[in-house]
Design a protein. Structure first.
Length: 337
């Protein structure tokens, strides 16, 4: 187990651990100070305590996930890091891979909770900006030949100074060209049906459209101020209760068919949070992203960008209609010349 002030040596320098700032199933992230004259970084290590308790196959998967993330981040060009967290340094510590990543203000889930607590929830315009930036990030993941498969608030990092977001944590990435069904991966609360419910022949037949479903679930979550879709919450609870077998348990409770993905009352709640002029295009986008059939979801990021543009156009048109009419008054001269 690492302790504060421990030194981790990577390829480009030494890093002193300051404070633990996050933890996942197998990883732990520390704020660390780097070489003199550099800014603090987020140092991502594999949790040694978890590793010691894990079975050999699980240990191999965790190391492979970390190596997978390093491979992907190293493949990016500098201009691709606008909406994807930057990899600054890598190395090994006690036989386990380590990453030094740019340090952000925090994750989107905590940021949203903080805004709500302060009484300043994000505007719908801000939500659209975040969704647009994440669409661009997913486009880069897909462009480099990967599926992301784990879009959720805790994997979205926020720069509160610039009001921008970046995608992080790429351990679950799967190659797009590997068309065969794969083993279970990701987080049940944010998964498309094909990512949670196994295919007829076994395994999970995901694709880039699986990432678009998660983008839709996040769109709903952010627009409604932190309310999760019931479909996603039910999948998450089923997984917590029965692990991968929870998918069949959930189907059995619904008569062997897929539970509704977007209920009418949820769509109405979503609409209530939007400016009136933006409701129609925004609901159309949400429905398409959350379609139970992958083939009915957007084809690519460009189509999503165009649909987002329609939402913005609706907002702008509504703002113009709501603006008070300007009345011109002529100046009248009073008195002599």
């Amino acid at each position: 187990m690492q302790a504060s002030d421990a030194i981790i040596t990577l390829e480009l320098g030494h890093y002193r651990l300051r404070e633990q700032i996050a933890q996942s199933a197998y990883g732990v992230i520390w704020r660390a100070s780097g070489p003199p004259g550099t800014q603090d970084v987020a140092l991502k290590l594999i949790n040694e305590a978890q590793m010691a308790r894990a079975l050999p196959a699980q240990r191999e998967r965790w190391i492979a996930s970390a190596s997978n993330e390093i491979t992907f981040l190293r493949s990016l060009e500098p201009w691709d890091e606008r909406h994807i967290v930057r990899l600054l340094d890598t190395g090994w510590h006690k036989g386990l891979p380590v990453m030094a990543l740019e340090l952000m203000s925090g994750d989107l889930g905590r940021h949203l909770a903080s805004l709500k607590a302060s009484g300043t929830p994000p505007s719908f315009s801000r939500v659209l900006e975040w969704i647009s930036q994440l669409n661009q990030a997913l486009a880069k993941v897909h462009q480099y030949g990967w599926r992301y498969l784990d879009l959720k608030p805790s994997n979205v990092l926020v720069d509160t100074q610039r009001n921008t977001v970046k995608l992080a944590d790429f351990g679950t990435n799967r190659l797009l060209q590997a068309a065969h069904a794969h083993t279970y991966s990701g987080t049940a609360n944010w998964q498309a049906p094909e990512q949670f419910f196994p295919a007829a022949g076994g395994g999970y037949a995901t694709g880039r459209q699986s990432d678009y479903f998660a983008l839709g679930a996040l769109f709903y979550f952010l627009a409604t101020g932190g309310t999760a879709l019931r479909f996603c919450a039910s999948c998450g609870q089923a997984y917590r209760d029965h692990l991968a077998a929870g998918a069949q348990q959930l189907l059995d409770r619904h008569g062997g068919i897929l539970p509704p993905v977007l209920a009418d009352d949820e769509e109405a709640r979503f609409a209530q949070k939007l400016p009136a002029a933006a409701q129609e295009p925004a609901i159309a986008l949400l429905r398409m992203l959350l379609d139970a059939e992958p083939g009915n979801r957007p084809r690519n990021a460009l189509q999503i960008s165009r649909l987002l543009a329609r939402v913005r156009e609706g907002m702008e048109a509504g703002a113009m209609m709501a603006a008070p009419q300007l009345v011109e008054f002529g100046w009248q001269r009073v008195g002599g010349a």
